[in-house]
Design a protein around this ligand. Structure first.
Ligand code: FAD
Length: 339
């Protein structure tokens, strides 16, 4: 079949417990811009059980059309039933682009579907564009440890497929009264595709704010010296109403949990304020935070690369500066509330 026969942009709208993942909404936002260049529509594909409330939500964030597949077997994610249903949807609708979030689920699913429909997949993209003239999707991702960005096109096969890192694209402001076209996909008998039984789902409970949701991040690196000094970061985060994140070094050293890591192999964040404390600014770290609205860096080395992306830089010892910084914010807040 020629490439021209494939139409539309499909987004796998991951949901867990009936709640859409942020990356699904981000991908719909990005797809709207791509669809404009291609003069086509954005379709969200959502699988699950008892999820009839989701199409309207997907429409509010920009989906023109929603393909919904409901079945008790699809209630909790397992590889084979999901891979089978999405493969059948892709075969039926022949989209020209299919996007997935680079989540644990998306990373499990996307390569299987690309293999089954015999096309390529670019994993972990940080940028997507339509190439003028050819209409190909240009998929950009870090390569060679993040030292170069590689732009990949899948010129000969359709659909073009990519997984995209959460937090990189921006969701649209939701609109009221969205009425996307809803297609109910009639799910084939999945019994023969069930090769794993989910006995129990144990949820990790974190009392801390997700770093991708926070407006303010106070982030620590090797320069914090040890886990005991992360208390200084927590104090500042608390007065600013934010949370603590970190570089990979602090995670690898066991000072903080992996879910706090910002960067190429951690999370991509875009807070209003990012305060980098004792972080050198390696390219793999910058990849996860340089889109923050305002960046403040505190580092004792004036030539640290972090200062190249910082809006404000403080050269000095974090151990001395952080308590003063926290105290000043506290005072300013008190003065404001007494005024
Ligand atoms: P360092 O580079 O050691 O920097 C410490 C900084 O603290 C220095 O600039 C120093 O001047 C300053 N300092 C020391 N003491 C003080 C003090 N008392 N006061 C003020 N400043 C002080 N890294 C990530 O962060 N996220 C990732 O996702 C990630 N993914 C990677 C993926 C790959 C494939 C590879 C190869 C690397 C990855 N890295 C990642 C690692 C990255 O290359 C760096 O090694 C790491 O970011 C460095 O962490 P850091 O800035 O905390 O430590």
């Amino acid at each position: 079949m020629s490439n021209e026969a494939y139409k539309g942009i499909f987004v796998f709208a991951q949901q867990v417990d009936g709640k859409l993942s942020n990356v699904a909404l981000e991908l719909i936002g990005k797809s709207k811009a791509l669809a404009k260049d291609l003069n086509t529509e954005v379709t969200a594909v959502v699988l699950g059980n008892k999820i009839s409330h989701l199409p309207e939500q997907l429409g509010r964030y920009g989906a023109d059309r929603v393909v919904i597949a409901e079945d008790p077997i699809l209630e909790t994610y397992t590889t084979e039933p999901y891979a089978h249903v999405i493969t059948e949807i892709v075969k039926k609708y022949q989209p020209e682009i299919v996007l997935y979030g680079a989540t644990a689920i998306g990373r499990d699913l996307a390569p299987r579907i690309s293999a089954r429909v015999h096309t390529g997949l670019t994993a972990d993209c940080t940028s997507l564009e339509i190439e003028e003239g050819t209409g190909n999707l240009l998929m950009t991702r870090p390569a060679f440890g993040g030292n170069i960005m590689a732009t990949i096109a899948c010129a000969d096969f359709r659909p073009q497929m990519a997984t995209v890192r959460p937090g990189v694209m921006q969701r649209l402001t939701p609109v009221d009264n969205a009425h996307p076209v809803v297609d109910t996909f009639s799910v084939p008998d999945l019994a023969e595709h069930v090769n794993v039984e989910v006995v129990e789902v144990i949820k990790k409970v974190s009392e801390k704010m997700d770093i991708q949701e926070a407006n303010v991040l106070v982030s620590g690196g090797r320069g914090m010296g040890g886990p005991e000094n992360f208390k200084l970061l927590e104090d500042l985060a608390e007065v600013l109403g934010g949370t603590v994140s970190s570089s990979r070094t602090a995670v690898d050293a066991g000072w903080v949990e992996k879910d706090r890591q910002v960067g190429q192999t951690g999370k991509t964040v875009r807070p209003n304020l990012y305060i980098a404390c004792g972080i050198s600014g390696a390219i793999q770290h910058l990849a996860g935070m340089e889109e923050s609205d305002v960046i403040i860096a505190i580092n004792k080395d004036p030539s640290a690369p972090i200062f190249e992306v910082a809006d404000y830089g403080v050269v000095g010892d974090v151990m001395k500066i952080l308590p003063l910084f926290t105290e000043q914010v506290r005072k300013a807040k008190e003065e404001k509330s007494n005024a």
